[in-house]
Design a protein around this ligand. Structure first.
Ligand SMILES: [Mn+2]
Length: 469
């Protein structure tokens, strides 16, 4: 068959070819809409795709397949694998610890992050599968020119997350994806601490395993990302070389001596927790504990103050950094047990102060604690105080237990707060969740910690973002 005259002209043919090629390119770009996002998706495309999911709390159910930013979990697996690879390069390590017993993979560690005095640290509490709150934070950080896409572009600025990334909420996959993108693009600026839910036992029982199966079918393996958890520090001592805040998910761990780590040169540096010498610590400071015990739980408490090598985050004892809590009022016992959760210890005002002092060195002092974890879906005194404090509660503001009365008295709630010496600060859990529904709050909270060479000049800017109706 004869070709038409029309196509014989080279100019026309070339133009026609160009139209076809660019049409294909546009189609290809279109196909890059939510349905084919992978581990290299742009921040813009990723955040747009996350926007299409309904509020968690609208239906309190898993988003339908058509709304999922990731059509299958393989990009998440690949990111987790990259993070595990990155985790194997952490150094330097302080001291030597024998590896855990055969077959035990749990080998928790601490990190020191010593920064210049003009640094800022952006701190987040529990996300529990709330992608809406996380993306709202990242959008706010773009506005503040701290982030450009997934990249931390502001000088001397770090991001610190305090654990409990999945479970209980419905978008754990998306939260983990986002955090891993941040961590992988900023290996010296973004830090992820390990919460009690960064544990395959917890992800199996409290939502993440079911989330994956509902979204991707039976082939989803929650354990596929368990190795990632082993690369997350249980505690991060963050500060200048002289003053630090113990940043972790839970509470104090009297069985660990951070002094060699705090004395170590270089930043970041790491130390395995190894054997937790709680029994030795208790013997050395017998008076401290004897006067602290809640008399109702004395016997049970004694059994938790022993030396042990952990085989997982909760056995044979719960690891304090990942699990423990704090009392609310100054006149509560120094050491008590959560009546609803065996082995979950709650530390009081004076015992906490003493432990932080004993774990400090004269030239590297632990001045306080940043943590999360202590939340409930019922409006407990703790949740009331978190809300009244605009999402960041300082423990022991009240002297009398009588102030447990509802409503709570005025709490520290200003936007810019000094850091109290010996202060323990709990971040609230993000609101697009059963917590937000149960306790009726709609704002997400993150903090911007501003360091200074003099600890008295450290400040926390508390940021509230209204993310749900
Ligand atoms: Mn927790």
């Amino acid at each position: 068959m004869r070709k038409s005259r029309f196509f014989r002209s080279p100019v026309i043919s070339l133009a026609f070819l160009l139209v076809i090629v660019s049409w294909g390119w546009i189609q290809g770009k279109d196909a890059k809409s939510p349905a084919t996002l992978d581990e290299k998706a742009s921040y813009k495309a990723w955040s747009a795709a996350c926007q299409t999911m309904l509020e968690n709390r609208t239906g309190l159910s898993f988003p339908a397949k058509a709304y999922l930013p990731l059509p299958d979990p393989s990009p998440l697996y690949r990111l987790a694998d990259l993070a595990v690879k990155q985790g194997s390069t952490l150094k330097p390590w302080v001291g030597k610890n024998p590896p855990p017993p055969r077959g035990v993979t749990f080998d928790p560690f601490a990190q020191k992050l010593s920064l210049s005095a003009n640094s800022r640290v952006v701190v987040h509490g529990d996300l529990h599968g709330d992608i809406r709150s996380l993306m709202a934070s990242l959008a706010d950080l773009q506005k503040r020119k701290i982030l450009t896409g997934f990249k931390v572009t502001a000088p001397n600025t770090h991001l610190l997350f305090l654990g409990d990334y999945t479970d209980r909420g419905y978008c754990g996959v998306e939260v983990l994806y986002t955090l891993l993108r941040l961590r992988l693009e900023n290996p010296r600026r973004v830090w992820l601490a390990r919460g009690n839910h960064e544990d395959p036992y917890m992800t199996k029982r409290y939502g993440f395993a079911v989330e994956g199966i509902k979204k991707y079918g039976e082939e989803f393996k929650h354990k596929r990302i368990a190795a990632l958890f082993e690369t997350l520090p249980s505690v991060i001592y963050v500060g200048t070389s002289r003053n630090f805040l113990q940043s972790c998910h839970g509470g104090v761990e009297p069985g660990y001596d951070p002094k060699p780590l705090l004395r170590s040169r270089g930043s970041p540096s790491y130390q395995r927790l190894g054997t937790l010498t709680r029994g030795e610590f208790r013997q050395k400071h017998k008076d401290l504990f004897d006067e602290s015990f809640d008399p109702d739980y004395r016997k049970e408490l004694e059994t938790t103050l022993v030396d042990f090598r952990p085989i997982n985050p909760a056995q044979p004892q719960t690891l304090g950094f990942m699990w423990h809590d704090f009392t609310l009022y100054q006149d509560e016992p120094g050491l008590e047990m959560d009546p609803h959760s065996t082995d979950r210890l709650r530390f009081g005002h004076s015992l906490t102060q003493s432990i932080l002092k004993l774990q400090s060195t004269p030239s590297a002092r632990i001045r306080g604690i940043l943590r999360a974890h202590q939340h409930s879906t019922d409006l407990t005194p703790m949740m009331e105080r978190l809300i009244a404090s605009k999402g960041l509660f300082r423990h022991w503001q009240e002297k009398e237990i009588a102030s447990e009365l509802d409503p709570p008295p005025p709490m520290e709630s200003q936007a810019i707060r000094p850091i109290a010496n010996g202060g323990v600060y709990t971040f609230n859990v993000s609101p697009d969740s059963r917590y937000g529904v149960g306790c009726e709050y709609n704002f997400h909270t993150y903090g911007i910690l501003k360091l200074a060479s003099n600890f008295a000049n450290w400040r926390m800017e508390v940021v509230n973002l209204k993310v749900v109706h």
